[in-house]
Design a protein around this ligand. Structure first.
Ligand code: CP3
Length: 369
């Protein structure tokens, strides 16, 4: 079924927002900017409302999730609100035993390692996928977009490899060795796990879009630990399946919902990441945007890639660096300004507010001198 007539892309609220235009490959007067991990620990108002509430509980309380999503928009004037949630929230909703341990990340009570465990996991997760599963998410999204007006809400999900890297390891890891070993040792078990996560993440994305998100980002944060061969064979197809859930959605007027794809350390994988079918390619800070654009044939809108470390280098160096990023971004058809990865928790929020104002002061249609 098409999206609701009242959906922000259909009603006209967000269809011409600079962020959405950029995802269609169009430039605007204003360069759109938002930050990965803008909703979170760098904000005192976030720490205040989170007091005494665990990370996953706060994601499942609609009023709280909506409030946290809106905080950085109010404070910084960013061009997109990224939905406050986490890549493991769908698994929590599907009944898996997962926690987010502060300072560490997602931890699963029972890692999925053997072939039997993998097939059990896949069957159990597929069994539980139903639209009602995402009720608290849909409610939080609806509350958020009611307040956002013309600022688009960015929905997101974890890509199957990045989510599986936590499930197979049982928690955060540096090289995702167990997940990559399973991929080699037992491709069938691996595909069962990745396929089930693709379905779950795809359903999570679709729920966010139906409730009012105007664009989505698929995070394959840890894809940089894969070879091109492995990515193509064992990872890309399940990411494509998750994205397809959104790519097939239309407004009643026939407008497609755009998608962004992102991974860290993926300079060598950019073409393959793009090939799974997202409109915008996210780029981390290890490769200049003009080189990233060249690798993509100069035809793909880019998102990125201010070095998060530059946030701590002082205003003048930060602005010089941001200007360089914007200048290089003109080698792509359109550019969504962002960091190369998430906002570090210790970032001074005033630095982010200043950076947004600086980028908004630039001309979105003409490269800076
Ligand atoms: O502001 C936003 O970007 C929206 C919210 C968001 C969160 N997690 C909230 C969160 C998003 C988009 C994510 C995605 C996510 N979660 C990714 C992909 C993006 C990336 O950073 O590469 C990954 C790998 C995760 C898994 C995860 N969740 C990690 C590694 C951590 C950090 C653990 C820690 O404490 O250092 C989390 C927890 C988490 N997710 C926090 C937030 C705000 C911190 C929770 C807190 O406040 O204690």
């Amino acid at each position: 079924a098409p999206l609701d007539l009242a959906h922000p892309l259909a009603s006209g609220a967000t269809a011409e927002a600079p962020l959405i235009r950029a995802a269609r490959g169009e430039r605007s007067e204003r360069l759109p900017i938002w930050f990965m991990r803008q909703a979170g620990r760098s904000l005192p108002e976030y720490r205040r409302v989170r007091e005494g509430v665990s990370m996953l509980d706060s994601c499942l309380r609609p009023e709280l999730a909506a409030e946290i999503t809106l905080q950085p928009v109010r404070r910084h004037g960013v061009d997109g609100a990224v939905f406050f949630s986490d890549i493991v929230v769908p698994l929590k909703l599907a009944g898996e035993q997962v926690e987010i341990v502060p300072g560490r990340g997602p931890v699963f009570a029972t890692p999925i390692r053997t072939s039997a465990e993998a097939h059990d996991f896949a069957a159990r997760v597929r069994d539980r996928i139903a639209p009602e599963l995402f009720a608290p998410i849909s409610e939080a999204v609806a509350l958020t977009v009611a307040e956002l007006g013309s600022t688009p809400l960015i929905g997101f999900a974890g890509a199957p490899f990045t989510v599986a890297a936590y499930i197979v390891e049982g928690g955060p890891s540096k090289d995702h060795l167990r997940a990559r070993a399973l991929m080699r040792a037992d491709p069938e078990a691996w595909h069962a796990v990745a396929g089930a996560i693709a379905e779950l993440s795809g359903a999570f994305l679709e729920a966010q879009v139906r409730a009012g998100a105007s664009i989505v980002q698929l995070f394959d944060s840890w894809a940089g630990s894969l070879s091109v061969e492995q990515y193509r064979r064992s990872v890309g197809p399940s990411s494509a399946a998750a994205l397809e859930r959104v790519r097939s959605l239309r407004t009643p007027g026939g407008e497609r919902v755009r998608t962004i794809h992102f991974g860290v350390g993926t300079a060598e994988l950019l073409r393959d990441l793009h090939a799974v079918g997202a409109d915008v390619q996210g780029v981390d800070d290890r490769i200049p945007l003009d080189e990233a654009s060249r690798r993509l044939g100069g035809e793909v809108p880019l998102q990125g890639n201010i070095d998060p470390a530059a946030l701590g280098a002082g205003q003048s160096l930060l602005e010089q660096h941001a200007l360089d990023v914007v200048r290089r971004g003109f080698s792509a058809p359109a550019h969504i300004v962002n960091l190369g990865h998430g906002v570090p928790p210790e970032t001074d929020p005033d630095v982010l507010t200043g950076l947004v104002a600086f980028v908004h002061g630039l001309d979105g249609r003409t490269p800076p001198e």
